[in-house]
Ligand binder design. Structure first.
Ligand code: OFO
Length: 165
């Protein structure tokens, strides 16, 4: 049985993952609206992935006799100054999520909940990968800032982004 303290903390993380999903879906809409279909497709896949993260925590809570409670989820922004600004916001957001996951892992350790710690190892690894991927896209967008050609090459590369399960 999961402790009440951890149940609350996991529910807060579920809300953050759902917010992340909504943020990236909103970005997908923004990129579609400026005809960058590849970036829109990448953001849509990212949105789906974030929802899978929420489900992982949701299912873990149920398996451990806890109750998932979906808290208040703020509306995400729906406009960014440029493609670079959008991806920079995504990178900054992922850094906040990494900190939140690390805090949750520290709490699991403090509460001596080994199964939650093991689950969070997956999330910690995932965050390293996500930050590296978005960081590379930010760098490439900076390089492409003076060249519309570079922007369209990158957009084309991001078309048909596979959705991770
Ligand atoms: Fe962006 O990753 Fe969820 O946790």
């Amino acid at each position: 049985m999961i402790s009440k303290k951890l149940e609350k903390a996991i529910n807060e993380q579920i809300a953050k993952e759902i917010y992340s999903s909504n943020l990236y879906l909103s970005m997908a809409g923004y990129f579609s609206s400026i005809s960058l279909a590849g970036m829109a497709s990448w953001m849509r896949a990212q949105s789906t992935e974030e929802l899978q993260h929420a489900y992982k925590l949701f299912d873990f809570l149920l398996d451990r006799g806890g109750l998932p409670v979906i808290g208040k989820i703020d509306s995400p922004p729906n406009h960014w100054k440029s493609p670079l600004d959008g991806f920079q916001v995504a990178l900054d957001h992922e850094k906040i999520i990494s900190k939140s996951i690390n805090d949750l892992a520290r709490l699991a350790r403090k509460e001596d909940d080994l199964s939650l710690e093991v689950l969070l190892h997956w999330f910690i690894t995932e965050q390293v990968e996500e930050e590296a991927t978005v960081s590379e896209l930010v760098d490439r967008l900076k390089l492409a800032s003076d060249s519309p050609g570079g922007l369209f090459i990158l957009d084309n590369e991001l078309r048909n982004t596979p959705i991770a399960q």
